[in-house]
Design a protein around this ligand. Structure first.
Ligand code: NAD
Length: 472
């Protein structure tokens, strides 16, 4: 049951005020106040309490936008952000401290000089978020920006409009509004933001839009961190525990109704294990949804009719056989957790990222074949999962790359929010979370300091290069 709170109607930021918003955030950075560690810690504490105080509004907005259950909203959005805040508060002093460099990094011949790495904020950041985790996927990068001492403009997804409105109030009322601002809107507003000069752009979303952002950023040589999607494979070998694999992969596709960048798109499974695996999937389904998935208060809905139609089209066009689920109801944007047995990489279920509660099962006769198929579908997915013996899992890791990987489970490597997370190749550039988020918005500036009294020792470097002159 969603808390009874009022959430304002979605309102996009006016396009003509966007340049002034960006310029103000840049101006605030130039006051240098955000560089003070004390100031950053105050902002992080304010963010923690803002998320706590707006908990009911966030839960209600997530229910409205995605039909997310309170449990998922707290676990993967509200508490997730609060934990990241606490982690940053606890470690910021250590992260931000100058790193003193000595031997062996500094060779003995340079031992008269002092070397250190100063951790400097990059400046003013633009953070653009997707709709599936509309709260945490903008606030977690914001924690990184605040920790690093940057100012930032946040652009949440317009496809989660209630969350976007709560985020605007939460950030601008509780944090320093000259340093942290939310711009709401879709393509026109993001395009206007991209006309401004930023010191870092942190984008989470689809590869298609990621490439638009990267191209535009390249015009001004602005660094970007891209957290993108991928067609993630799961491998199930002869030696896997099929019951565990079925239950864990069902979790991966039912959490947020599969609208998770890391969830498996397709499963490559030993041919002989297919019948038993399908039975275990059905068993897991029955355990999770004793009254059917549609009646479950826990299952989120598809975000909007456009994405519903996109997922439906994948099911309409498949040449495969639906072996679990298959029901849908457009009026509720409901899609049942669905498994489709396919036999070709050209199948609609294999070609695209489903980003919904549907997935393909592709039988293979060997791990060799599984690795060939996966590498041909998407060479650099965001995640992969391997259920097999130790040696088989190791082989999968060796012979296929991915942003991250989990062995014998669905996306657990991305569930600990303080370890680095990111894609590889076209599933993302750069990592974030925990210290990685701090580093993402930080410039590691090497400083060398030469004592003036050492000039006699250093004079070998001056012209003319006359080695005969070398008398110390
Ligand atoms: P999206 O790329 O459609 O939108 C992301 C953001 O870009 C939104 O704020 C949107 O307003 C903006 N945008 C959309 N079109 C634009 C354009 N033409 N020009 C400028 N800005 C534009 O992504 P989405 O549909 O919200 O999210 C789903 C995608 O995000 C999936 O591919 C998923 O895998 C990926 N994702 C990745 C991660 C990760 O951490 N790697 C996390 C969540 C989602």
């Amino acid at each position: 049951m969603a808390p009874n709170v009022t959430i304002p109607e979605f309102q996009a930021t006016q396009l003509d005020v966007i340049p002034a918003i960006a310029s103000n955030a840049r101006g605030t950075f130039r006051t240098h106040k955000t560089k003070s560690l004390k100031w950053r810690l105050v902002q992080l504490r304010k963010l923690y309490w803002a998320v706590e105080d707006y908990k009911n509004e966030l839960v209600a907005a997530l229910q409205k936008d995605l039909h997310k259950s309170e449990f998922e909203s707290l676990l993967s959005e509200v508490d997730w952000v609060k934990n990241d805040c606490l982690f940053a508060i606890a470690h910021l002093e250590t992260w931000a401290k100058d790193e003193k460099l000595g031997a062996p990094v500094v060779p003995a011949t340079f031992s008269l000089m002092k070397f250190r790495i100063r951790k400097e904020p990059l400046g003013t950041a633009l953070i653009i978020g997707p709709y599936n985790y509309p709260v945490q996927l903008v606030l977690v990068p914001l924690i990184g920006a605040i920790s690093a001492g940057c100012t930032a403009v946040v652009k949440p997804s317009e496809l989660a409009p209630s969350c976007a409105m709560v985020l605007k109030e939460l950030v601008e009322k509780r944090l320093d509004a000259n340093a942290y601002v939310v711009v709401n809107g879709g393509v026109p507003e993001t395009t206007a933001l991209m006309e401004e000069k930023w010191d870092k752009i942190f984008f989470t979303g689809s590869a298609q839009v990621g490439s638009i952002i990267a191209r535009k950023a390249a015009e001004t040589l602005t660094p970007v961190c891209l957290e993108l999607g991928g067609k993630n494979p799961a491998f199930i070998t002869k030696n896997a525990n099929l019951k565990i694999a079925a239950r864990r992969l069902m979790w991966g596709k039912t959490f947020n109704s599969g609208q998770v960048c890391m969830s498996q798109n397709y499963i490559l499974i030993d041919r002989d294990s297919v019948p038993a695996f399908i039975e275990y999937l059905k068993e897991a389904y029955a355990e999770m949804f004793p009254n059917g998935a549609k009646a479950s208060p826990d299952l989120a809905r598809i975000v909007n009719p456009r994405h519903f139609a996109r997922i439906k089209k994948m099911l309409d066009e498949t040449k495969g056989k639906i072996v679990m689920g298959g029901q849908m109801d457009e009026s509720e944007l409901y899609i049942e957790p669905t498994a489709v047995l396919v036999s070709s990489t050209d199948d609609s279920m294999m070609r695209e990222e489903s980003f919904g509660p549907i997935f393909a099962i592709y039988p293979v006769h060997s791990l060799d074949q599984a690795l060939n198929v996966a590498n041909s579908v998407h060479r650099t997915p965001l995640a992969l999962f391997s259920f097999g013996s130790k040696a088989e899992n190791q082989r999968v890791l060796n012979e296929m790359t991915s942003g991250g990987a989990t062995l014998n489970d669905a996306y657990f490597h991305g569930s600990v929010n303080t370890v680095p997370f990111g894609g590889v190749g076209d599933s993302g550039w750069g990592v974030s979370r925990g210290k990685a988020s701090f580093d993402c918005f930080t410039h590691a500036r090497t400083i060398a300091e030469t004592p003036t009294w050492a000039d006699a020792l250093l004079r070998v470097r001056y012209m003319p290069y006359d080695w005969g002159r070398l008398k110390l």
